[in-house]
Design a protein around this ligand. Structure first.
Ligand code: FAD
Length: 281
């Protein structure tokens, strides 16, 4: 059963040469586990345009794992998006993660011609037909800017109807929120796979900051224990590994169609979970 599931790893483009070398070495280590794909994030507004492009082409070509660029529509014009799509298509890239994106603070209001991810999905389909497998984002705990849960579900349905092939969730630590979300979208007639996004826990203060920004809730019993470990990073890692591994076990046992690891460009935290779960290699 597990062979049919999709396991994938996400990276962000490095800012320095040393960071890029580290990313490549992480990617080579993870490639040995035969993931379905890698993905590489994109700075909304084009801030990582060249770095994302180069990283994707290198991971796909040299490291040899099919790699999906993330593409966001806020801050990019249709012409810029079209150019990137053409570059990726000509390079043999077959999968894209299509997002609205969040402009970095200080970049002003969104200047792109496409305002929401469903418009980007439609644009990609109009421009490239069925060439790309299109991934979209899903939010089991609701996107932080959504008016309410219902409107966020309606937005997800719009993305699926616009032509998304599958979805990756924002990370979460509450398994029920994932199953509830999937049940809700199935009732709306959406059948695309929704793969849980998994964030290994390695550093409490960073995790707390990210989680505040993206609307992921750290359950009190997890937060309190992480806080109590203070600077003891070995204990944070060990506890985090146990919590996230158990969560993944429950997700897979409940029928999740795979796992997408937010690696933060590190191999060990994702592999510890992978090995605990005895996932196929
Ligand atoms: P959308 O699906 O467009 O939704 C954004 C918000 O708008 C939601 O609250 C939705 O309910 C609301 N909405 C949608 N349509 C309408 C409408 N017509 N009227 C009113 N409200 C509406 N960010 C990056 O910048 N780069 C990345 O590489 C990146 N990778 C990501 C990968 C994954 C797997 C995930 C889960 C997130 C990623 N993000 C990335 C973050 C993402 O860009 C942000 O969460 C962003 O705020 C929303 O993007 P979206 O594609 O989900 O937007």
């Amino acid at each position: 059963m597990s062979q049919e599931r999709s396991y994938s790893f996400e990276f962000f483009p490095a800012k320095t040469e040393a960071g890029h070398e580290k990313l490549l070495s992480t990617a080579r280590e993870l490639a040995a586990y035969n993931p379905e794909f890698f993905s590489c994030t994109y700075g909304a507004g084009g801030s990582t345009r060249d770095r994302t492009l180069n990283t994707v082409l290198q991971l796909d070509g040299e490291v040899g794992v099919p790699t999906a660029p993330h593409l966001s529509c806020v801050g990019d014009s249709k012409a810029e998006l079209r150019e990137l799509l053409t570059l990726y298509k000509n390079a043999g890239i077959k999968r894209i993660v299509a997002l609205r994106g969040d402009l970095p603070s200080g970049m002003g209001l969104a200047s792109g011609e496409l305002r929401y991810a469903n418009e980007l999905v439609s644009f990609i389909r109009e421009e490239t037909g069925e060439h790309f497998h299109i991934e979209v984002a899903a939010y089991p705990e609701m996107h932080p800017q959504a008016r309410n849960f219902e409107s966020d579900i309606a937005n997800f349905v719009r993305k699926a109807k616009a032509g998304a092939s599958s979805a990756i969730t924002q990370y979460f630590f509450n398994v029920d929120s994932y199953f509830y979300f999937v049940e809700r979208v199935r009732k709306m007639g959406v059948e695309i796979p929704v793969v849980p996004g998994i964030m290994p826990i390695t550093n409490y203060s960073k995790l707390a900051r990210f989680s505040d920004a993206c609307g992921a809730e750290i359950p009190r019993w997890v937060r309190k224990q992480l806080e109590a470990y203070g600077d003891d990073s070995d204990s944070i890692r060990a506890f985090g590994e146990q919590v996230v591994s158990e969560m993944c076990e429950r997700l897979l046992a409940g029928g999740a169609p795979g796992l997408h690891f937010y690696t933060m460009n590190l191999a060990a935290p994702s592999l510890a979970i992978w090995n605990n779960l005895k996932l196929p290699r």
